[in-house]
Design a protein around this ligand. Sequence first.
Ligand code: NAD
Ligand code: UDP
Length: 330
Amino acid sequence: MAILVTGGAGYIGSHTVAELLARDEQVVVVDSLAQGHREAVLGGKLYVGDIRDGAFMDQVFGENDIDAVIHFAANSLVGESMLNPGKYFDNNVYGTLCLLEKMNKYGVKKIVFSSTAATYGEPERVPIEETDRTDPTNAYGETKLAMERMMRWFDSAHDVKFVSLRYFNAAGAHENGLIGEDHDPETHLIPVILQVPLGKRAHVGIYGEDYPTEDGTCIRDYLHVSDLADAHVLALKRLREGGESAVYNLGSGTGFSVKQIIEAARRVTGHPIPAVVSERRAGDPAVLIASSAKAKRELGWQPKRESLDVIIGSAWNWFKNNPGGYESKE
Ligand code: NAD
Ligand code: UDP
């Protein structure tokens, strides 16, 4: 039986594919390559196309014996979602509807799904637990919440079991040095910071210094991408063992401010990395920190690469060796 990984040529998807392959799973990847990279898929079968394309997805489901889906394919930029929410509702919400309908058509009953801390919005307390209020402050988070809700109804009507993983901030790169983060445009904090020592930008912009935090900059919970990948393998195991649908936070439980991340990057790279304070970015909550107690308890998940220097160090290793991202390999 094969696992269908949508968005498997993307950042987190490719790291999860690597973990699945290491466990001898049969992997089928669907990716439009709108953001992903062919070279990021280290094995399995890659189909290039869009999850909203019905005939294409019939081919994928028809040609493979798929027993479960891991669904990464989506757009995920907070800032862009505020400017162009329609793109997000179309690709994320409608895309997921198309996928669930195909799963239904082909009798596939298990899905692991990429959700996000952005479903919570401005939290009432930290660390955030899964039962806390969800009230997104950006369109991206709203689409992910809608996707989660859609899956609940597919569960009640069609017995499709899902595990929704609400990731906090994914960062770092695989220790094999072959895959890492490569987005165009790059907007995530750690890769943007590392563009400074790479000589690709003169300084990093800090989006707001007037948040109600100790140093005035936003606090986030950064998690190594390979620890995230491990959680997907465990979520799949839960579903294969007949587990009920569930939602889990995935984070380190520790928050770092933008300034602390810049300081850590200076330490890791030995570069002064100038920083300039600019305007707030629309839709950004001040503090997001996860409680991952439920994932640890129920999935047996244990992050192994928790140190910030290890996380940033692995990203730095990838960027130093591949300053142009995957294009460096061509
Ligand atoms: P990414 O952009 O690197 O990967 C997404 C992949 O999906 C890309 O390769 C893209 O080409 C593909 N894709 C997008 N729309 C598609 C479509 N309609 N059909 C087929 N392929 C399509 O993003 P990522 O950072 O790896 O994130 C993966 C998932 O995790 C996303 O759903 C994102 O919302 C979620 N997430 C990411 C983070 C993070 O910190 N990066 C945090 C929380 C949640
Ligand atoms: N950020 C920043 N400068 C940048 C990119 C991001 O100050 O060039 C901040 C952003 O406002 C947020 C944090 O860094 O508070 C993490 O942003 P990122 O886009 O990496 O992840 P998000 O939390 O939005 O998923």
